[in-house]
Design a protein around this ligand. Sequence first.
Ligand SMILES: C[S@@+](CC[C@H](N)C(=O)[O-])C[C@H]1O[C@@H](n2cnc3c(N)ncnc32)[C@H](O)[C@@H]1O
Length: 283
Amino acid sequence: MDMTSLVSTADAACGGNALQAPGCKRRIASAFGRAASTYDNAARLQKQVAEQTRSCLPALTAADAAILDLGCGTGLETRALGRRYRQARLFGLDLSPDMLSLAQSHQQATDCHWICGDLEVAPLPSGYFDLVYSSLAVQWCADLADVLSSCYRLLSPGGWFVFSTLAAGTLHELSTAWRLVDGRNHTNCYPPLSLHRQKLMRSRFAVHRLYQQTHRLYYPSALHLIRELKALGANTLVDDQPASGLTGKQAMVSLEKAYRTFAGTQGVPATWQVVYTALRKPP
Ligand SMILES: C[S@@+](CC[C@H](N)C(=O)[O-])C[C@H]1O[C@@H](n2cnc3c(N)ncnc32)[C@H](O)[C@@H]1O
């Protein structure tokens, strides 16, 4: 099998095909929309990851640089970008209108332009942005290669694309526990770092930072983790299959039992594998 076939096989296995189905983006937007009012309180992991993503940001030479936050959600990060680049022209784009209205309602958000759209096809002018930023949104896209080409087009020469996304091994405890309960897939699949690297190497960007970091949070029970994912809106299963296994209370009792095999003194763990990337379009 050649490299192109290997990459597309890995993409298909990781929900790439399902993410291209028209209804899938609608389901993702609805889940995030329903969670808009609970997102900020639930976003423990997202805040840690965002802080680390911001540590990869470059110094920008133009004071009035144009900055785009892709998958901006409630605008937590867009506001942080505004504090760091004080005179920048800020743009926040998200798939969910409800997330955007919440972002817009913040006092510090008045100078930001909010756009409802799909980051994979971002209908914005070419060569306009000095920095495109995205924290934990790209994993909801069908193909990283398409995101890379779209961002390359949006950036001015010398512009930066800094983002974080999820990799293989994310929520492996939940995935294993569910498989023990009903043999089904209840979590999304993410590509390994090696596949990210291949796609970056094939893009026209110069790679300045690329590394993976493990983040682990602890919960009193599996139910607490599941509730948190729902409160974040991050509970859409992209490769949704019709329910066939156990459901309801009995399934949860079995899930707790299976998940407890991972428990330690701090509670039950949930692991996220996060890839951090800083890319530059050649000047
Ligand atoms: C986990 S939240 C992250 C929000 C924000 N970046 C943060 O760090 O707090 C993911 C966000 O990406 C948005 N999203 C998912 N798929 C998207 C897409 N294809 N285009 C634009 N936004 C998308 C969701 O609506 C959601 O607001």
